[in-house]
Ligand binder design. Sequence first.
Ligand code: MC0
Length: 150
Amino acid sequence: MLTRIDHIGIACHDLDATAAFYRATYGFEVLHTEVNEEQGVREAMLRINGTDDGGASYIQLLEPVSADSPVGKWLARHGEGVHHIAFGTDDVDRDAEAVRGKGVRVLYDEPRRGSMGSRITFLHPKDCHGVLTEIVTAAPPGTAGEGSGH
Ligand code: MC0
């Protein structure tokens, strides 16, 4: 069951400058940074609040590592802005299959590695009224790399 907004992913040209904006404007601090080569991003997670299920909600800043990555292509066409939303669940495998059964294209056969050791999959934006949608199960407490990954 999808129980929370895990994060909102925001595409940006300069991760450090964008993080500085969020810090100076709202007081949001970067909890974690890492490079995810498979996804083609350098990313920063800004924790906004805890949630009822023990999880948390984040702003995720995404800087592409190459022009032909999903975020690089998105930036070239649309410029900076909201790239995707991610719903949190305790079981991404189960919920991805449930969504697939409703005729929505799930982009991965098996969930892949996401931020802070999470397991993630994506739903095709053309099947979701134009919104690239992610489903994510956070790593169990104590197993994720909080702090700077790379
Ligand atoms: C592309 N489209 C989008 C979109 N990206 N629509 C809404 N939101 C987005 N973010 C639309 C394009 O405008 C285009 O529509 C159509 O989809 C095809 O786009 P394309 O540029 O030709 O690209 P494709 O088809 O090669 O790839 C699109 C697809 C890809 C969504 C399949 O971007 C993908 O696999 N995304 C999932 C992975 C990802 O985004 N990783 C980066 C975040 P028109 O109408 O113009 O034809 S990594 C992350 O978030 C992590 C690490 C984490 O959360 O832990």
